[in-house]
Design a protein around this ligand. Structure first.
Ligand code: URA
Ligand code: SF4
Length: 200
């Protein structure tokens, strides 16, 4: 099994990490994606948010949360009184995993092996940013940081300590976009974000 570890430069700053990630072949996902989408935001951010993986738009543009999930996240952050430019935003997996249906590229949840393979990049982001609070958006991010048996629905809106990290958890913005009762899902997401903001 491969891992990003052999592609991670030791003890480097954010810019060097980001450029090294462009050459990562730590798992198969680099093959079909357009490009790596590394985390971005202030290296001195107090809050880091971790999503799942780049989506179709992110893969095309090379930036985190610029598609529909990102627009929803922007709205929710605004409603919770959190300034997006103050947050360091990243993903558990740095390449887009998808399947094609006609011309469309359909998101696929990354495998556990891919999350594990990609973790060295997230570990380095945590080392350089040293956030006071990490907010996991969805189960993939939560399991990446808190282990595969972590239960999101039982723990959303809470902060737990793990390996000296303070980790808050909530749902993924895509789950809100797709929710049957959108207003309820959006309000619950904003309520979680408010609680997590207070925990900062
Ligand atoms: N979903 C994510 O988890 N991350 C992104 O950057 C975009 C969509
Ligand atoms: Fe490397 Fe992560 Fe991309 Fe896999 S998904 S190739 S581990 S950067």
């Amino acid at each position: 099994t491969t891992s990003a570890a052999q592609f991670v430069p030791e003890g480097k700053g954010w810019a060097a990490l980001r450029s090294a990630a462009a050459d990562c072949r730590g798992c198969e996902l680099y093959r079909d994606a357009h490009q790596v989408v590394f985390g971005e935001g202030p290296v001195k951010a107090r809050m880091m948010m971790v999503g799942e993986q780049p989506g179709d738009r992110e893969d095309v543009e090379g930036h985190v949360f610029v598609g529909p999930a990102g627009r929803l996240l922007d709205k929710a952050l605004g409603a919770a009184g959190i300034s997006r430019p103050d947050v360091y935003l990243t993903n558990a997996v740095k390449h887009f995993r998808f399947t094609t249906r006609g011309k469309r590229r359909i998101h696929q949840t990354p495998r556990r092996s891919e999350v594990v393979a990609c973790f060295p990049w997230l570990r380095e982001e945590l080392r350089v940013v040293k956030p006071d609070l990490v907010v996991c958006l969805g189960a993939v991010a939560a399991k990446a940081l808190l282990g595969p048996s972590f239960k999101l629905t039982e723990n959303r809106g809470r902060v737990v300590e793990s390996d000296g990290l303070r980790v808050g958890v909530t749902v993924h913005p895509s789950a809100v976009v797709r929710a049957e009762n959108f207003t309820e899902a959006f309000d619950a997401f904003v309520a979680d974000l408010k609680v997590l903001k207070k925990a900062l």
